[in-house]
Design a protein around this ligand. Structure first.
Ligand code: PLP
Length: 853
């Protein structure tokens, strides 16, 4: 046999079409309807086949077709329109520059294990990635000086294929990075830029790819190079595959390799945002560099690094977090430990809740918290859960004072609404809706959309979803090589006029995808009513190792084969962003049934709401907030926010869900006005959903919140700490050392109440405390009264704080006085406390020292 050598011949882009390529290499097209429809138009079937990847599309389109388009006026004017829109977008001044004109040399590096930007770039698995993708798109909209850092997976996340029994199998198609909308990064010498990352006994090389997301670049590290050993080439193989050791290797590449990459490109970050703990090793490299390049001590470098670091946690269950065996971390981080000049115990202590516990494993989120001064959860409720989860890191503080706040997630609206909804908003709210996306007054105008028009667009999208489901089922049936009869039957599903309920997300057991099937007789009655038909569309992947999740998928597939449910229940294979977009725009109701409080935020319901679908959800994550503010105006709550031990509430909540659907949801949907058949009351809620939820649950609001509360303060403070060769960081470190050394001698000698014991509302409680400061001065501390209402036999609950004033110094100590206001009657309690204070601290608990009286 001769050796066959393959080669590819690419079509030439005729000159009038050259701009197509410029547009194709900027993911701006993924949220621009004018650009998307331009690519579809080139060859709709091919567009579908290549998952909307424009580079693949352009390289596989026939030369003849392209030559035709080059002389097609209609196409050329469409291209011109896209080009004009693109340039206007790229050149406009952003919100950031207008709001923070002084932050000129700011650069925020955003690190994430996954990015969901578009279905053609399969480097995401689910919500975390989609959030990161939406974060970048919004940073571009707002003109933030932000760069993304991630990994260029050769395999990425798996594609889901179900067997005849409905059991999930996984396929890992290989990504050809030369055929994706990404470009290689070159060094000043014109060659591929290569970075070198230290691993035990070896160096691993990585090259870089640049994904342009509007005005924001995303850099992806790729270790799949011939120079690397096979195990090392696999570092950027699958997303979330492999064992613990594999994950350590991967996370070193993301965090440490990521810092190398930015530095090699001359893009030294002024702030680093860790989206989840996977990238937390970056701190070690950042600290090491400060020590190497600026001659700082470990402690000073830590101060300068943490002031500039932000950590967002997304995981409300400890089991969901990355923890590694100490031995593994010890081995892999040895080169870094040596460079930092710290002991093994010190190194491992950075990832332990209790640094002295030599047995406890190394936790990435703990490392992230230890190496950042800013931390947050992703919904108000998740903030609470996170404070509970990590309170052992601040052992002296009441739980609600644990300094982990929350920034509620959002979605990038332009990416998630259908083109038809976009046109509707343009017509009735104005063409600037994408720029006013977080202005409630602006979105109040959604009430002006005529009922009939909103309903028409909605019904159109529901029809489209039904068509797509049938199409996807045909494709799946053909892949399984079913008989022509079976393929025909696979397409005979769904009714475009039925009330359509969507459920799509990762199939983790806590999300309870099969809650609706707990009473088969009841669900058959619900779906099978010929006058008021209801149907269910499911989609979602289970983690390859999650047998329980796969079991849920199989049971839905089996249910969908029950003759009484056959046309009313479908499971769509291989959930991805494309299927998500079709579903959120086409369903009437978006169902979410997690076990509270396991859903950190959830975002798919926000996407549905942005298209006017109504949410029906357990009060968890974002929906708990939406419900608290708007109640039944915008959808339905399953239960009232109860929490049960694992599984104990399932039967009860299923019951509640059936009742809700039977009594409220279905009747409302089929309540039509006689002359025009419009469900007016339903449409009213759709409009509320659009006008009230869009301006809150979008990423413009979210990214602005990150910018105002984290990025800008972090940039400002870390700049100050770094000035004069880290002089201020040096001062802060010295001060903290002084405070730590003096702290054992700090004591509250006595606390006296100067008012009478029995008070009436409005009379303050005056308190005096005699405080020993040891070698500290009053400038080094704050003395406070922590007070609150108590039920009998309870510890001090959520309290408020009032400062005490220094009134005199005596030979016995410093005398402080303060007054606690009395606003409510009842039983109250207070305690006095001393904490270190320095205006340069990021938050008052940074030193983690509190002395209670
Ligand atoms: C939005 C989205 C998710 C996240 O959905 P949740 O409601 O947060 O679970 C997951 N996967 C895809 C493809 C998505 O588009």
């Amino acid at each position: 046999m001769p050796t066959l050598r393959r080669y590819t011949v690419l079509p030439r882009l005729p000159a009038p079409l050259e701009r197509l390529r410029d547009i194709a290499y900027n993911l701006w097209w993924s949220w621009s309807p004018v650009a998307r429809s331009l690519f579809v138009r080139i060859d709709p079937d091919l567009y579908d086949e290549v998952y909307g990847n424009p580079i693949e599309l352009l390289s596989r389109a026939s030369q003849q077709k392209l030559d035709e388009l080059a002389t097609d006026d209609a196409f050329l004017s469409h291209l011109e329109a896209a080009w004009t829109t693109f340039n206007a977008y790229m050149s406009r001044e952003g919100w950031f520059k207008k709001t923070y004109p002084n932050a000129k040399d700011a650069r925020i590096a955003y690190f994430s294990m996954e990015y969901g930007l578009h279905q053609s770039l399969p480097i995401y698995s689910g919500g975390l990635g989609v959030l990161a993708g939406d974060h970048l798109k919004t940073a571009s909209d707002l003109g933030l000086p932000l760069v993304g850092v991630g990994l260029a997976y050769a395999e990425g996340y798996f594609r889901q294929v179900l067997n005849d029994d409905g059991w999930q199998g996984e396929r890992y198609p290989i990504n050809d990075w030369t055929r994706l909308p990404v470009l290689p990064v070159h060094g000043p010498d014109g060659k591929r830029l290569i970075i070198r990352v230290a691993y035990p006994d070896r160096t691993v090389l990585a090259q870089l790819w640049r994904v342009q997301v509007g005005r924001v670049p995303l850099f992806l590290l790729d270790a799949n190079l011939e120079e690397n050993a096979k195990v090392d080439r696999a570092i950027t193989g699958p997303l979330y595959g492999g064992d613990q050791e594999f994950r350590v290797r991967q996370e070193i590449m993301l965090g440490i390799g990521g810092v190398h990459a930015l530095e090699a490109m001359g893009m030294s970050p002024t702030a680093c945002h860790m989206n989840e703990g996977h990238s937390a090793f970056l701190a070690l490299e950042r600290i090491g560099r400060l020590m190497r390049e600026r001659g700082a001590s470990f402690a000073v470098a830590c101060e300068a690094n943490s002031a500039a670091s932000i950590f967002t946690t997304h995981t409300p269950v400890p089991a969901g977090n990355d923890v590694f065996q100490p031995e593994l971390v010890r081995r892999y981080l040895e080169p870094y430990r040596a460079a930092l000049n710290i002991s093994e115990e010190q190194l491992l202590g950075l990832g332990r809740s209790d640094p002295r516990d030599a047995k406890s494993p190394f936790s990435m989120p703990v490392l992230a918290i230890r190496s950042a001064d800013h931390y947050n959860g992703v919904s108000a409720l998740h903030g609470e859960v996170s404070r509970k989860m990590y309170k052992t890191l601040w052992p002296e503080l009441p739980e609600h004072e644990v300094p982990i706040g929350s920034v509620t997630n959002g979605v990038h609206i332009a990416s998630w609404i259908s083109a038809e909804h976009g046109e509707l908003y343009t017509r009735y709210l104005g063409p600037r809706w994408a720029d006013e996306v977080d202005d409630p007054a602006f979105w109040a105008r959604a009430q002006n959309i005529p009922d009939a028009e909103l309903w028409q667009v909605h019904e159109h999208r529901r029809h489209r979803l039904v068509q797509l489901c049938r199409h996807w089922r045909r494709v799946a049936a053909e892949r399984r090589q079913l008989t022509p009869d079976e393929i025909e039957r696979a397409q005979q599903v769904l009714d475009p006029r039925a009330l359509t309920i969507g459920f799509a997300r990762r199939f983790a057991t806590y999300k309870r995808a099969t809650l609706l099937f707990s009473d088969m007789a009841r669900v058959k009655r619900l779906l099978g009513d010929p006058d008021r038909p209801v149907q269910l569309v499911f989609a979602g992947k289970a983690h390859p190792q999650d047998k329980g999740g796969k079991e849920l998928i199989r049971s839905i597939v089996h249910a969908s084969r029950d003759p009484e449910l056959a046309r009313r229940v479908v499971f769509i294979e291989d959930y991805d962003m494309r299927i998500a977009r079709a579903m959120v725009a086409g369903v009437d109701v978006w169902l979410n049934t997690p076990r509270r409080p396991h859903e950190a935020s959830g975002t798919s319901g926000m996407k549905a709401a942005a298209n006017g679908a109504l949410n029906c959800s357990v009060l968890d994550g974002w929906w708990a907030e939406a419900w608290a503010r708007h109640g039944s105006e915008v959808g339905w709550a399953i239960g009232r926010g109860e929490e049960y031990e694992d599984g104990a509430g399932d039967a009860l909540e299923a019951e509640v869900l059936y009742d809700l659907l039977e009594r409220d949801v279905v009747p409302l949907f089929f309540d039509r006005t006689p002359h025009d058949q419009l469900p007016r009351a339903w449409i009213r809620r759709m409009k509320n959903s659009i006008s009230k939820l869009i301006p809150e649950f979008n990423t413009a609001r979210m990214v602005r919140e990150y910018t105002d509360t984290f990025y800008v303060p972090a940039i400002t403070l870390s700049k100050r700490l770094r000035e004069g060769n880290l002089a201020e960081a040096e001062r802060l470190t010295t001060w903290k050392e002084k405070v730590r050394a003096a702290w054992p001698h700090v004591a509250i000698q006595s606390v006296n109440v100067r008012s009478k014991e029995q008070l009436y509302v409005g009379e303050p409680l005056d308190v005096e405390a005699l405080v020993h400061l040891g070698s500290l001065t009053p400038d080094d501390v704050v003395v406070e009264l922590y007070h609150g209402q108590v039920a009998a036999g309870q510890d001090l609950p959520r309290g408020d704080v009032v400062p005490m004033k220094l009134v005199s110094r005596t030979e016995h100590g410093h005398l402080y006085r303060g007054s606690i206001p009395t606003k409510d009657s009842g039983s109250h309690a207070f305690a006095a406390r001393v904490m270190p204070h320095n205006p340069i601290l990021t938050h008052p608990y940074e030193t983690n020292l509190v002395r209670w009286g």
